[in-house]
Write a protein that binds this ligand. Structure first.
Ligand SMILES: NC(=O)c1ccc[n+]([C@@H]2O[C@H](COP(=O)([O-])OP(=O)(O)OC[C@H]3O[C@@H](n4cnc5c(N)ncnc54)[C@H](OP(=O)(O)O)[C@@H]3O)[C@@H](O)[C@H]2O)c1
Length: 285
């Protein structure tokens, strides 16, 4: 999506967690002109702090401090299993009116609201192509999050790729199964196509180039075409031809059905993770 007419970004932002996802977002913010002095990063792991300093000139802190209180936006980029403990440490330092944006998989806004004592929460499900500015992020905001806060979230995430707001938080489990885990499905297909290519006499480099370019080209064609993927597929599948031989083999072996079942398994796992990592929901007074 295109974000227009936003003010220049000069808002104090705190990151809780300074790993992969935080680095992708911090890089995007600095490229948008956010002064590094406006960033506060809490990252307990020393090598990760050193990596942030080297990549971005950002000084991260090992533990939360009162300096967090100046952040208008607190961005949560910790692993789901450490969220509750991190929230316990941060809660006393964050400003009561701060907006909280979480990218942690499977942590519901109910859990976050309970842990932080705040209703100003947006939950995001990004994917790894965010690291190269071609990500797809699903977003859900609690009803108490106003339009200005949503616009700030869009501005922060826009450099990572496309954004999609959802009305229902449960849809984030479907987003997780589709675009969140989706890059791994594409990598699996790339692996299989490249392996088949080498089995048929191509070098590894040739097979990799052919597989990658095919994914990129077919995705671009599908994105630009007004026609459904099924129609695009039928157009290149002449009866008795080579593509027909491959697609018929996949259909006979129920590849589409198995693929859909696999995505349902990912959705079920996202739902189970929410129950598992949110379980100390009642543990904080
Ligand atoms: N990477 C992706 O593409 C992707 C996609 C969708 C969603 N997500 C979600 O984004 C979140 C972050 O993922 P990631 O790939 O960025 O993970 P990551 O690279 O492991 O980063 C998480 C960082 O948070 C730090 N941390 C742990 N406890 C902390 C605490 N109490 N206070 C502050 N920082 C703490 C970790 O330090 P230690 O190493 O010391 O534990 C680690 O450096 C996860 O919930 C993940 O599910 C990631």
């Amino acid at each position: 999506m295109t974000v227009t007419a936003l003010p220049s970004l000069d808002t104090p932002i705190a990151f809780i967690g300074g790993g992969n996802m935080a680095s992708a977002l911090i890089g995007g913010l600095l490229r948008q002109g956010l002064p590094a002095a406006q960033l506060e990063v809490v990252e307990p792991f020393e090598p990760a702090r050193a990596a942030l300093a080297q990549a971005f000139g950002v000084t991260a802190q090992a533990a939360p401090s009162p300096a967090l209180a100046r952040a208008r936006l607190v961005l949560w980029a910790v692993k789901p299993q450490t969220f509750a403990a991190a929230a316990r440490e941060v809660r006393t330092h964050a400003a009561p009116g701060a907006l909280h944006l979480s990218v942690a998989a499977g942590i519901t806004t109910d859990s976050i609201a309970h842990w932080l004592g705040s209703e100003r929460i947006v939950r995001a499900m990004p994917n790894t192509p965010a690291l190269v500015g071609r990500g797809m992020t699903g977003l859900y905001a609690r009803p108490q999050v106003d339009a200005a806060a949503r616009a700030l979230v869009e501005q922060v995430l826009e450099p990572t790729g496309q954004l999609l707001w959802l009305q229902d938080e449960a849809q984030l489990d479907a987003v997780t199964a589709l675009s969140g885990s989706g890059p791994a499905y594409v990598f699996l297909f790339l692996e299989a196509m490249a392996r088949a290519g080498t089995e048929m006499g191509l070098t590894e480099a040739q097979a990799r180039q052919l597989a990658l370019a095919t994914f990129q080209g077919a995705s671009e064609l599908a994105a630009r075409s007004g026609d459904a993927p099924a129609l695009l597929r039928q157009r290149v599948t002449s009866p008795g031809g080579t593509t027909h031989a491959a697609i018929s083999h996949m259909q006979q072996h129920q590849v589409p059905e198995q693929f859909i079942a696999a995505m349902h398994a990912a959705q079920a796992r996202a739902q189970a993770m929410a129950a598992e990592f949110g379980k100390d929901h009642e543990a904080i007074p």
